[in-house]
Design a protein around this ligand. Structure first.
Ligand SMILES: C[S@@+](CC[C@H](N)C(=O)[O-])C[C@H]1O[C@@H](n2cnc3c(N)ncnc32)[C@H](O)[C@@H]1O
Length: 234
């Protein structure tokens, strides 16, 4: 298991604290913590508004984690594939599926998105929430090549991730190996990057998605687009 999956496996029970702006081992007096609580919550509300209108037909949620966004998009879809490589994130996600009573339309795939064989599966919509920020530019290319192979023309794509902003730049590096600490003090080193508006525009343009909606603020961003057919210039 690679360190990223190990980290999410161990973090599963406390993962959603980030949406409340809570970070282990950042002291109460640290301005990042105080500010993040407010900014993260505000941006989550905006993401929920967009996510509630998103999704149709057969949807795939890539790196679904605990299924945090599932309550907002599930009603728009006929069938939902929840894909993740972390068993413990899946356990949290299963609880959510049970609470929502949506087992009949949910299907779980445990595995690495980069090596799974989707055979002839094809989707009408896809979500990548806080997934691409763990990919360097080469893996990003690989991700989109695989994604486009499993999407119908004009399929909808929802991208949710961490924003690069003036506020963020006071406390974080835009890209690189970052140390993360769990509530019990264990430390992990993971690759993470943050996106500004132009990064998102470049990515959607390079991989032939138009942009239908876009929200970016200090903490998070959310963009939706439509899959266009054509040749990606790798
Ligand atoms: C930051 S969490 C995001 C969870 C959820 N999408 C959200 O927005 O709250 C990233 C998730 O991606 C999963 N993941 C990372 N790399 C993966 C891969 N190559 N294949 C499948 N899942 C992966 C992790 O296990 C983790 O649950």
């Amino acid at each position: 298991m690679n360190e990223l999956i190990q980290y999410y496996n161990e973090r599963a029970g406390e993962y959603e604290e980030v949406y409340m702006g809570k970070f282990p081992f950042i002291t109460e007096s640290d301005p990042y913590k105080k500010e993040a609580e407010e900014l993260n919550k505000k941006d989550v509300e905006e993401i929920i508004k967009i996510t509630s209108k998103f999704g149709r037909g057969d949807l795939i949620d890539i790196g679904c984690g605990t299924g945090f966004w599932l309550p907002y998009y599930e009603k728009n879809c006929d069938a939902i594939t929840l894909l993740d490589d972390s068993e413990n994130m899946f356990s949290e996600c299963r609880k959510r599926v049970t609470d929502l009573g949506v087992w009949s339309k949910c299907h779980f795939i445990k595995g690495d998105f980069f090596t799974l064989n989707f055979e002839n599966q094809i989707f009408d919509s896809a979500i990548a929430g806080f997934f691409i920020s763990h990919l360097d530019v080469e893996s990003e290319r690989n991700f989109f090549n695989r994604l486009k192979n499993i999407l119908r023309p004009k399929a909808e794509f929802l991208f949710i991730d961490s924003a690069w902003s003036k506020w963020r730049s006071q406390y974080r590096e835009k890209e690189g190996l970052h140390e993360r600490t769990l509530n019990d003090g264990r430390k992990f080193t993971i690759y993470k990057r943050y996106f500004d508006r132009s990064d998102v525009e470049r990515m959607f343009k390079n991989y032939l998605f138009n942009i239908d909606s876009f929200y970016i603020s200090d903490a998070f961003l959310v963009a939706t687009g439509e899959n266009q057919i054509g040749e990606i210039k790798n």
